[in-house]
Design a protein around this ligand. Sequence first.
Ligand code: ARG
Length: 474
Amino acid sequence: MSEKLWGGRFSKSTDEMINEFQASIDFDKRMYHEDIAGSIAHATMLEKCGIISGEDKDAIVKGLRDILGQIEAGKFDFSVDLEDIHMNIEKRLTDAIGEAGGRLHTARSRNDQVALDTHMYVRRQVTEVESLIIDLQQALVETAEKHREVIMPGYTHLQRAQPILFAHHLMAYFAMLVRDFARFQGVYERADIMPLGAGALAGTTFPIDREFVAQQLNFESIYHNSLDAVSDRDYIMEFLSAASILMVHLSRLSEETILWCSREFSFVELDDAHCTGSSMMPQKKNPDVSELVRGKTGRVIGHLMAMLVAVKGLPLAYNKDLQEDKEGIFDAIDTVKFSLAVYAQLIRGMKVREEVTRKAVEEDFSNATDLADYLVKKGMPFRQAHAVAGRAVHECIEKGIWLKDMTLEDFKKLSPLFEDDIKEAIRPETCVRNRNSLGGTSYEQVNQQLESARQLLAAEEKYYAESASRQVNL
Ligand code: ARG
């Protein structure tokens, strides 16, 4: 006979290599708190429904709390032989309290147990991710507010396009993070469904009370189909997909940060404390944080792909393939949290080189659209004005000057509509100020964005505080 909790049917013990291959304890031990909270709720329900005695329940709860203490004190020996966190804890409990421990798994399977633990774990982690998103958003708003007046070139095709406010650029990332936050709210909702009571797949013969378990563990709702309850990994795929999109946002920010702190751009300078040097080239100061975040994005996207592929051909209900859901999401959780935290620091420590960004808009043609718009406002059709402005740029390039260096006479040769006020019309500040359409880069519009950002942040913080208060803490 095998020593395993499920050993009754076996006449041999598990092969050592197979044992190691199928064990998940090395990674699922991080769900110990959820496993214990879930078991306490389950035992409490079993007693309430008359399935176990009050004495047994008390012994189980006390035993589980002792185990929690041991794990948190680093005094719990996790065993690969016991496969996973569920059996490690159950075996230790039974060793400690005897028969009562053996009653804990009544009306429960590891299939609904692992689903419960993972739902609770993801729910808690989503909340932590949300608080880190808020902090990064705050860092962006603070930095945008500090540099309200800074003008830089905006790009398309990585070619200077039109002058914009640096704050406007940062607030574009704020807006992406608003959507990220909302996506994680959706993940929370789908993780907030209680699977316990599904048993192995078909429910149980015992008169359990699933609503009572859900209440104890602060779940908003319960699964209404036991097969779905043990098979569903949507919330994990959704977490990974929200995490991938978030990482793609951070990766784009990284790419821009790397460009901006290159000698060629020199728009920003990162804090020394956030960069590293080269072992050979003494002059180097490398933006490693941004490069790593950009690099780690691939990993998170990879985890999403791995999960989608793992699930795509699976028949209902539980299959051991589903154990593969954990390492990916755990790594994605760690990666996303770390990336958000370092980025908030990086942004807060970033110095903006205003003189350089100002010079960049001074010495280029990013005001050419404004030249065309000027003529349109004097009555010329836009298509024609575009052609005139294009000729002006062409002449400047030939002469090696900028639009601001042209004389009124030069302008008048191109169109009699030009007057004295053309000089003012093509100053970068004017170009920015005039883009006052809703959501544009004008000072007024950006101030508006900053103001509504403050309101959005307050709403996000309120939501975060509420979901943080719903977490189960033993
Ligand atoms: N360690 C397993 C997992 O993570 C727990 C569920 C095992 N269930 C089973 N019938 N083998 O998926």
